[in-house]
Write a new protein. Structure first.
Length: 446
């Protein structure tokens, strides 16, 4: 991922003269929008490692792929996420459709779109559904390490499930993903924010408390104090931290149903051997949550320590015009997982098994046939293109990361053999019959 921020404007002039040879104007050089980054070929294998591990874990738990649009009606996010959240107030990419004037928004998160799809297509009419998606999300934030304007998430949702067993299942899924990726220094925080009645009763206590500490509130907290005081607990404003620490704890006042649900969750996590911390200040940043909320965090990424988070949102379907539907889900930031893997020294490569060098027309035709036969057996093979001497081709073979070079010239064509040269181990090159090339080459695979 090319996450180094580019200074200056999004459209920049080329270095040197503004005219090309002959005096013709030189076209300006364009670059990516700030905070929206390219993932280059040398960087992509680590992304693919994360994505492939996630697909495996999703399948192990019976979650099926659901793909939803990256553009939705703005009302979906205003109603679903909440109009007193940072996302809706400051961060959404919203625009008017030029054809009909409809207000549209690039999705800032995936859950609202998935619940919209479930309602629209009656996905839970016959039975509950476990689904997952992955892809880009968009928020207009100040770009920094681990926080970008286009970012990518893994997202899993359990739709139509009521009990704490599914909450625990999703936490266990993430624990399994961390194990599959070999991640260390990751810990779990959990909390319960109760039901709507619990939060309504708690609201007055929070307002009263923060009114007594009004001198430390920033502008966002002032604005939300009466509209959504629970959001103040999520503030990172340094002068507010002591007031937040002293604030009344909602988890101490949740009703019996939410209490039983939370105790069911902790019992399941204890039985699974998953360590956790109950963090009474954890509320998450979206208004649709109720009861269970959780975050997986790391100390290795500084301020951007949350790598996954989620919880229960039993009221979201009704907010979006559907029938009431219990549900639980989470999102996991791919960029942050890649950063964490790099911090821990992880690498990933996508080098081919073989690079085929050739000289002569007949050798070029034979090279294509040999490469196809290896691909038929599931191997990755690069055939040299663009001409050049065998010496220059061997330099490219070495740079490709391939385990072996397969060399074909007129002598090999006449003999029906291929010269196989190991590139990553000290071993002599040898002539190999075409029928045996795949097996011999595979014996040098890393």
């Amino acid at each position: 991922m090319s996450t180094t921020e580019k200074p200056g404007s999004q459209v920049i002039s080329p270095r040197g003269s503004d005219t090309a040879a002959g005096g013709a104007p030189r076209a300006t050089r364009l670059q990516a929008v700030r905070g929206m980054n390219d993932v280059l070929p040398d960087e992509a294998p680590l992304w693919q490692r994360v994505e492939d591990a996630a697909r495996t874990v999703f399948a192990q738990y019976g979650y099926r792929n659901l793909r939803v649009p990256v553009v939705e009606a703005t009302a979906l996010f205003v109603r679903g996420i909440g109009d007193a959240t940072d996302i809706v107030e400051k961060e959404m990419y919203t625009f008017a459709d030029r054809l009909n004037g409809d207000s549209l928004t690039l999705r800032p998160e995936a859950t609202a779109g998935i619940v919209r799809a479930a309602i629209e297509h009656s996905l839970t009419y016959e039975r509950p559904q476990r689904v997952w998606t992955m892809g880009p999300m968009f928020r207009h934030e100040r770009p920094q390490k681990g926080r970008y304007r286009q970012f990518h998430q893994l997202d899993a949702e359990a739709l139509g499930f009521e009990g704490p067993d599914v909450d625990a299942e999703q936490i266990m899924m993430l624990a399994r993903l961390w194990k599959a990726l070999g991640l260390a220094d990751v810990s779990l925080k959990i909390n319960s924010i109760g039901d709507a009645d619990d939060r309504l009763r708690h609201r007055a206590l929070l307002i009263e408390h923060f009114e007594r500490h009004r001198d430390v509130l920033d502008a966002d907290a002032e604005r939300r104090l009466h509209a959504n005081p629970l959001r103040l607990l999520d503030s990172k404003h340094p002068p507010m931290q002591e007031a937040i620490r002293l604030a009344p704890r909602l988890i101490d006042r949740i009703g019996a149903p939410a209490r039983a649900h939370f105790e069911g969750l902790t019992a399941a996590l204890d039985a699974a051997g998953i360590a956790y911390e109950v963090d009474a200040r954890l509320v998450r940043g979206l208004d649709y949550y109720n009861r269970t909320v959780f975050e997986w965090v790391t100390g290795a990424l500084g301020a951007q320590g949350a790598i996954a988070g989620g919880g229960r949102y039993d009221g979201l379907a009704a907010l979006l015009g559907g029938k009431p539907m219990p549900a639980c889900g989470y999102a996991c930031g791919i960029e942050r997982l890649v950063l964490l893997l790099r911090e821990q020294g992880a690498t990933a490569h996508d080098a081919p098994l073989a690079y085929v060098a050739h000289a002569g027309d007949a050798a070029a035709r034979m090279a294509l046939a040999v490469a196809e036969s290896l691909r038929d057996r599931g191997h990755a093979v690069v055939v040299h293109a663009g001409g050049g001497s065998l010496k220059s081709q061997m330099k490219r073979a070495d740079a490709s990361g391939a385990a072996v070079a397969l060399i074909i010239g007129d002598d090999e064509v006449a003999a029906g053999t291929v010269t196989l040269k190991p590139l990553r181990v000290a071993a002599p090159q040898s002539a190999v019959a075409v029928a045996d090339v795949a097996a011999r080459a595979a014996s040098y695979a890393a």
